[in-house]
Design a protein around this ligand. Structure first.
Ligand SMILES: NC(=O)c1ccc[n+]([C@@H]2O[C@H](COP(=O)([O-])OP(=O)(O)OC[C@H]3O[C@@H](n4cnc5c(N)ncnc54)[C@H](O)[C@@H]3O)[C@@H](O)[C@H]2O)c1
Length: 319
């Protein structure tokens, strides 16, 4: 990885992945890109930024050629709740974008990181300790694009030798950028509302159990799988990765340990609840541990403490 392109770089993951990659490989070696406009004072201002719409092959070809890119972290995508609202657009961006990224990678010999999701599973998947290789029949457009994406990445590796790699992320929690319209967004919103107002109305039922991960571990997963020794990789794409497992009720109880007055109530959104119900309760990530030494650092307690420590002073300054 000498010259890296990050697509969708202004999103929840990209906002932190670009900085992590720049620290590791040098600021000029990492080109951030998005269809949104950057605020030059804050976002990714210490290195190159380009406008790249991943549904337009020319945008991708131009930037890959100009910067002699050898690795693409392809983050541009519509997330689960937005994709259910706009299924046609989700297919266009998620599949059209990935296909164009893979085509440029094939022509220009680039490696590709593709983040899949627990959304790639469905109601027929074993819900507890979901195995690495199992039934994948998702019933959401997001899930359909994620399974198809996993398969397309496998195909480009087997058929054309493109170095495709990826992970299946659970819900991601961070204090830097807001989440982009996913089913696990509650696990970020709850911290903002707890600090600002001492209460939160959750759009999922209190017992909706899902795997989650704090952003520093998610960044380690992306960089770890891309730096892994290819000789050890049996799976390459779509490694299950997880770090912690909780429900809205258990997260609320953990926050209450730090903010005793915090209250939670529930106003269930049937669309997002149905998506959550179709996803696994917990993943088995042994393949990632065995094949590239995946080892997350944060659990519910340490993540909660750090989220409150980082967000508290920032939000209080603004009020
Ligand atoms: N955040 C999570 O909890 C989570 C969990 C599992 C998987 N993922 C996957 O990780 C990837 C990144 O997720 P995120 O949370 O950072 O998403 P996000 O919604 O926060 O950011 C996506 C970015 O893509 C950009 N984008 C949209 N359409 C584009 C286009 N046509 N061309 C270029 N850019 C475009 C958006 O402007 C946005 O900045 C996605 O593939 C997502 O499915 C995320």
């Amino acid at each position: 990885m000498k010259r890296i392109l990050v697509t969708g770089a202004l999103g929840q993951i990209g906002s932190e992945l670009v900085s992590a990659l720049r620290q590791r490989y040098g600021a000029d070696a990492v080109v951030a890109s998005d269809i949104r406009v950057i605020r030059l004072d804050v976002e990714h201002s210490n290195g190159p930024f380009e406008y790249v719409d991943v549904t337009r092959a020319r945008d991708l070809q131009d930037v890959v050629l100009r910067y002699e890119i050898d690795t693409v972290f392809h983050l541009a995508s519509l997330l689960s709740a937005v994709a259910e609202e706009k299924p046609h657009m989700a297919w266009h961006v998620n599949m059209g974008g990935l296909y164009r990224v893979l085509e440029v990678a094939r022509q220009r010999d680039c490696a590709v990181f593709f983040p899949s999701s627990i959304g790639a599973f469905g109601p027929g998947t074993p819900a507890d300790h979901t195995p690495q290789d199992t039934i994948q029949r998702p019933n959401t457009m997001y899930g359909v694009t994620k399974v198809s994406g996993e398969l397309l990445c496998d195909y480009y590796h087997q058929r054309f030798g493109v170095d495709t790699r990826g992970v299946r992320y659970p819900g991601l929690i961070s204090h830097v950028a807001p989440p982009g319209g996913g089913t696990t967004d509650y696990a970020v919103e709850i911290f903002y509302e707890a600090i600002r107002h001492g209460r939160y109305t959750c759009f999922l039922r209190p017992d909706s159990c899902m795997d989650m991960m704090y952003m520093p571990d998610a960044l380690d997963a992306a960089i770890g799988v891309m730096e892994a020794d290819p000789a050890r990789l049996e799976h390459r794409n779509a490694f299950n990765v997880t770090a912690m497992n909780f429900t809205p009720a258990t997260l609320a109880a953990e926050i209450k340990k730090h903010l005793p007055g915090f209250e939670i109530d529930y106003d269930v959104d049937p669309v997002r609840q149905a998506i959550a119900d179709s996803w696994p309760d917990s993943l088995d990530d042994q393949a990632a541990r065995d094949e590239w030494d995946w080892d997350p650092q944060y659990d519910l307690e340490t993540m909660t403490r750090e989220m409150l420590e980082k967000l508290g002073p920032r939000l209080k300054r603004k009020t």
